[in-house]
Design a protein around this ligand. Structure first.
Ligand code: PEP
Length: 254
């Protein structure tokens, strides 16, 4: 049985449309899960998804959030707007946002704090790239991402998730082995304990992401410190995503 309630998040990125929303939500209707399940569609579909959600346990997440509250920031969406739209959680610092849109640890830190202020669940994404893993500096990279990304944050009474997503595993079909995932998650939890104390570190959930599918779900989630999954490509197939969520739910209680 998992110590912490599993959480499974679908990251659709710049994919999907109304048809995918209908089929995905329909496959969750009337089903109960012992896990928190969320889908992060493109912003434009959040409201459409909300209208379909009332008979399912699905939550809506955001793939990003503005660091600003309001004002002359063309193209941005604030945490308050996301909250009002019915969103429950926000991904922050996904590796694609870091690599393509220049997001920094400092920027992620502002976003985490903004999201917490609006009672949304921040999911801070961290992970090393291929060169960093080969150069044996994974822990240094993660240390910096976590320390700077979570600097000056008070988590009393607040929740937060970390998603460990090794960049070399995202969209490559080469998931981290369960052993690697557990080693890194243990390191991340130790950092959280150092920053926030053992009690908080023991309740925070650490997700793994990177080529998760219905075949490797079980072995990854069986690891003690793997509390959930962030799923990209496989979440675009509703039946496949449902199978991942069902396994997470079974592992929660078995
Ligand atoms: C992701 O981009 O967050 C991700 C985990 O993608 P994939 O599952 O396709 O590797």
């Amino acid at each position: 049985m998992k110590i912490r309630k599993p959480i499974v998040i679908a990251n659709w990125k710049l994919n999907g449309g109304l048809d995918l929303i209908c089929v995905s939500v329909a496959s969750f209707i009337g089903k109960h899960f012992n896990a928190d399940i969320a889908i992060c569609p493109p912003y434009i579909y959040m409201r459409d998804m909300m209208t379909f959600l009332q008979f399912s346990e699905l939550h809506i997440g955001s793939q990003n959030v503005s660091r600003y509250q309001s004002g002359a920031y063309t193209g941005e969406t604030s945490a308050q707007m996301l909250k009002q739209a019915g969103c429950s959680l926000c991904l922050i610092g996904h590796s694609e946002r870091r690599a393509i849109f220049g997001e920094t640890n400092e920027g992620c830190n502002i976003k985490v704090r903004t999201v917490l202020t609006h009672d949304l669940l921040p999911v801070l994404c961290v992970g090393e790239n291929q060169q960093e893993r080969e150069a044996n500096v994974t822990e240094d990279v993660l240390y910096k991402q976590i320390r700077e990304g979570l600097a000056n944050i008070n988590l009393d009474g607040k929740d937060l998730c970390i998603a460990y997503e090794p960049v070399w595993a995202i969209g490559t079909g080469l998931a981290a082995t369960p052993t690697i995932a557990q080693e890194v998650h243990q390191f991340i939890r130790a950092q959280l304990a150092d920053m926030f104390g053992h009690e908080i570190a023991n309740r925070l959930r650490i997700l793994y992401g990177g080529s998760v599918n219905k075949i490797n779900t079980r072995e990854l989630l069986e690891q003690k410190d793997v509390d959930g999954l962030l799923v990209g490509g496989a979440s675009l197939d509703p039946g496949h995503f449902l199978a991942i969520c069902q396994q997470a739910s079974e592992l929660a209680v078995s």
